[in-house]
Design a protein around this ligand. Structure first.
Ligand SMILES: [Zn+2]
Length: 290
């Protein structure tokens, strides 16, 4: 049966699933299933230095243990570099990229790239490639955060789409992948909200169809840090899937089933029928207090 669109979950294989990444997976899965959309699993594994051996398998096992089954083949960004190179060539043909040889030191402390190499016409030798950012307001409606207006040129400046070491930037890869997979719905953490402006600028330039967005609150620890490997987030116990899912549904403000449930599948199928994104809290979720 063809789906009318697709959602996706796109973790980096840098560690096991934890409460924060589970919250994103559950919200994105429910959002897709409630709308009758496909749900794709994609590994953002371009930065190979950060990938942890075994993390991908552990994330897949955890998703399956929590009955978060995906559709179709798993997509790996590391296997799609030809597509990114192709899109980069398209941007270059449009005159929308240039080479940059500024050192990290030269840009230290600058939050907005000052455009140093914009008119230098440097050759692509040991250079990063930047996107010539349009000085336009990118606007979109975020389901969790309301209307958004991001002036990428003013807030980021021309951003890097391919690093000096040849690694494609997350924003380019994500824009290309969301476009290629005809993703219609992106549900992810609010820490990626700023990046959405950059991705939309790229999608617009490449003529790709924009998905709609919902940026979720983050799960934070008692010192308000986002749960991550760096903040020593605890991996989830796959044997506690049912209680992990109950915690996640509560954190997402969703009503819980009246009837007793015995399996993650049952809990999720009821949660799909009750799914109401308007109930997702606006503020971050502190792990200790929930
Ligand atoms: Zn430069």
């Amino acid at each position: 049966m063809p789906y009318p669109g697709a959602g996706r979950f796109a973790p980096s294989p840098t560690g096991a699933l934890h409460r924060g990444s589970l919250l994103t997976a559950v919200a994105s899965w429910l959002d897709a299933r409630a709308a009758g959309l496909a749900w794709q699993l994609r590994f953002d594994d371009l930065d190979s230095a950060r990938n942890v051996p075994g993390a991908e398998a552990s994330i897949c096992r955890a998703l399956e243990a929590h009955a978060l089954f995906w559709d179709g083949a798993i997509v790996r960004q590391s296997l799609r570099t030809e597509q990114y190179a192709h899109s980069l060539a398209t941007l270059a043909k449009l005159g929308l990229t240039y080479c940059c040889t500024c050192s990290r030191l030269a840009l230290a402390g600058a939050t907005v790239y000052p455009g140093t190499c914009r008119a230098r016409e440097l050759a692509d030798i040991e250079a990063a490639i930047r996107f010539r950012c349009p000085n336009d307001m990118i606007t979109f409606e975020d389901q969790c955060r309301g209307p958004q207006r991001i002036n990428v040129a003013a807030e980021n400046g021309d951003f890097v789409v391919r690093r000096r070491d040849g690694v494609f930037a997350y924003a380019l890869a994500t824009a290309v992948d969301d476009g290629a997979a005809e993703i219609t719905r992106v549900v992810r953490g609010r820490d990626l909200l700023q990046l959405t402006g950059i991705q939309l600028a790229l999608m617009d330039a490449l003529g790709l169809k924009r998905p709609s967005y919902a940026h979720l609150p983050l799960v934070v620890n008692s010192t308000a840090q986002k749960l991550s490997k760096q903040t020593h987030a605890q991996p989830l116990g796959d044997n506690e899937a049912l209680s992990n899912l109950r915690w996640t549904l509560r954190a997402l403000g969703q009503p819980t089933a009246e009837t007793p449930v015995r399996t993650p599948e049952e809990l999720l199928s009821i949660a799909v029928s009750l799914w109401n994104p308007d109930l997702i809290p606006g503020s971050d979720i502190t792990l200790a207090s929930t």
